[in-house]
Design a protein around this ligand. Structure first.
Ligand code: CA
Ligand code: CA
Length: 490
């Protein structure tokens, strides 16, 4: 247990402003990088939307220290809405159809499928960065522990993620943590991150990736009950009453009272579970400030996938709908973003690696498929993507691929459209400007045939390997149908 030592470090940290040499006034050409990645956090759980009172943000410190000091990307998406594919895509800067990590386990998923030889930490390390990861790496890691992936100087990774009674592989050593309050994993990892920030040689790159608010969404004991009384979440697409327009997988779901109660309870726990992350973000910012490097450090906050909470009768993630694929993205970096603002352009999880590589002066893998966000941060972008690809494999939801973005029907005006092809042969089309809750699939409307053809062609540009309704999916029987209960794959 490192708790006592880390508390000492925090105490020493408080003295650092007195001892530190003057911080550079100008922006460092190569910033330190703090990348905070949560697990299964919806895009809309930062601000007041899901708060108990409607006045206090769900994550007040993320709001005041990141959103109010940086840029909030309002249309941020993952290209695959599931833990291991998303995390692999983030590290590689590539789509899941390129990494080959389609799932959390099985023949086309999990850590053992991932080629880790040319990834973000490797590029940064080669460029002279001191690198550290604290939290969740990739699903299935326990099977290869105590393996340390290339590029990482400090490796403090869950053998299998948990809130209590878990093991961390710490630079090769297997360290068990217990069930005391002080063992709460987010707090333990936070203190290790603070130590790294205090001691690491510059420039440094830290990935802080707590388990929160992934199922079972256990809050820190001090936060239990903090969201009691939050109003139930009943958006217009909740338990979609008329699913006759939907693919068979949605129609097959019977939304029961048990589903409703369980989802309401789980949502409350997720919101409570985020509070320790909010506190950790505050502590990270204070540690950067104490070392005098806050202005020369880029802080990025995001998550690996969204969560449905009963929209379209679906509880967890992976789905083709907005709730699964949207995620928060906030960047604080005063040299490029001197004033708080919002940005509605489309950003993707596969963009992170290229962004950090550019800021670090590192050489990314030539096969990177994301785009650097630096032109969006510094305002130099003259054009940007207007559409995107999202993909899914295996499980209860049939393998699908979709294109989402700005398209125009012949003779019409531009709208945000979503077009989905499932290997079942089913298709979905939504006008997200007019139908933001995705309640009316209009793919079968003959007046949309030309638009469907355009979007189907664009889908194949974004994913040349997409085979449509050909039998591309692995046998779904090998996988559990409900990814809310995927702890076995964590
Ligand atoms: Ca996840
Ligand atoms: Ca409907």
């Amino acid at each position: 247990m490192a708790t006592i030592r880390d508390r000492t470090v925090i105490a020493v940290l408080a003295l650092l402003p007195v001892l530190a040499v003057a911080a550079p006034l100008a922006a460092a050409p190569r910033p330190n990088i703090v990348f905070i990645l949560t697990d299964d956090q919806r895009w809309d759980t930062i601000d007041k939307k899901h708060s108990v009172t409607g006045t206090t943000p769900v994550m007040p410190k993320v709001q005041s220290l990141l959103v109010n000091k940086g840029v909030l990307f309002q249309n941020h998406f993952v290209t695959t809405a599931l833990c291991c594919p998303s995390r692999s895509s983030i590290l590689a800067g590539k789509y899941a159809h390129t990494t080959g990590v389609h799932d959390n386990g099985g023949p086309d998923g999990g850590v053992q499928v991932f080629d880790d030889s040319s990834t973000l930490p490797v590029w940064l390390h080669d460029a002279g960065y001191h690198t550290g990861i604290f939290g969740k790496y990739l699903n299935g890691y326990a099977a290869i522990a105590p393996y340390i992936a290339p590029g990482w100087d400090e490796w403090h990774v869950f053998k299998a993620p948990g809130y209590f009674n878990y093991h961390l592989i710490e630079n090769g050593a297997d360290v068990a943590y217990d069930s005391a309050d002080a063992d709460y994993s987010t707090d333990v990892l936070r203190d290790k991150v603070l130590q790294f920030i205090a001691e690491a040689a510059e420039p440094f790159f830290v990935e802080f990736t707590p388990y929160n608010p992934h199922a079972p969404a256990t809050p820190a004991p001090r936060h239990v009950g903090s969201f009691a009384g939050v109003a139930p979440w009943r958006p217009r697409n909740y338990a979609e009453p008329d699913a006759s327009d939907k693919p068979a997988w949605v129609q097959s779901i019977t939304w029961t009272q048990q589903d409703q109660t369980g989802t309401d309870t789980f949502r409350q726990r997720q919101l409570e579970c985020l509070q320790s992350v909010d506190e950790a973000v505050d502590a990270v910012v204070q540690a950067l400030k104490a070392r005098g490097v806050l202005a020369s450090t880029i802080i990025m906050y995001s998550a690996d996938n969204g969560y449905s909470w009963g929209s379209h009768r679906w509880k967890p993630k992976q789905c083709e709908y907005e709730e699964c694929m949207r995620d928060p993205l906030i960047v604080r970096y005063a040299p490029l973003v001197p004033r708080a603002r919002k940005d509605s352009r489309i950003t993707l999880n596969i963009d992170f690696a290229q962004t950090f590589a550019e800021l670090a002066g590192a050489t990314p893998d030539p096969g990177v498929e994301g785009r650097s966000l630096v032109p969006l941060l510094d305002g130099s972008a003259t054009s940007w993507r207007t559409d995107m690809l999202n993909e899914h494999w295996n499980g209860k939801i049939p393998t699908f691929a979709q294109v989402r973005g700005l398209f125009t029907k012949p003779g019409g005006t531009p709208h945000i459209w979503k077009y989905v092809e499932l290997v079942s042969g089913e298709k979905e089309l939504y006008n997200l400007d007019r139908d933001p809750f995705e309640l009316s699939n209009v793919a079968g409307n003959s007046s949309n045939a030309a638009l469907v053809a355009t979007m189907a062609a664009r889908l194949r540009e974004l994913d040349p390997g997409w085979t449509g309704s050909a039998p591309a999916a692995a046998a779904p029987t090998a996988f559990p149908p409900d990814y809310a209960n995927d702890d076995a794959f964590e």
